[in-house]
Design a protein around this ligand. Structure first.
Ligand code: FES
Length: 105
């Protein structure tokens, strides 16, 4: 069981990046829910953030890739604008256990 973080580590409308067991991941806290994805843009395979822990667009409605500006829906990772339109971020299975986010095996 791998603990990703405590839910208090990510404020509402916030995001946070992780390096865990050689994997680059990030989590988003949006409208009371948490979402976890691989930190890899489906366009070029690069990491998404423009600054540490900054994965969202200015209005915090979408995940944004810093390289070419692709926008992804927070709830399912689908790209809705940009060069990888229609592709998806890779969702990472996890569970909320108490006040922690735990990666599923
Ligand atoms: S690398 Fe992400 S949009 Fe091009």
């Amino acid at each position: 069981m791998t603990v990703l973080c405590h839910i208090g580590d990510i404020p509402e409308s916030g995001s946070k990046g992780f390096e865990i067991e050689g994997r680059a991941l990030f989590a988003v806290h949006h409208q009371g829910q948490f979402f976890v994805y691989e930190n890899r843009c489906p366009h070029r395979g690069v990491q998404l953030e423009w600054l540490p822990d900054q994965f969202l667009d200015y209005e915090r409605n979408f995940i944004q890739c810093a390289t070419h500006g692709a926008l992804f829906k927070i709830d399912d990772g689908q790209c809705i604008a940009g060069p990888c339109n229609g592709k998806h971020l890779a969702a990472v299975p996890f569970q909320r256990v108490g006040d922690e986010l735990v990666l599923s095996a």
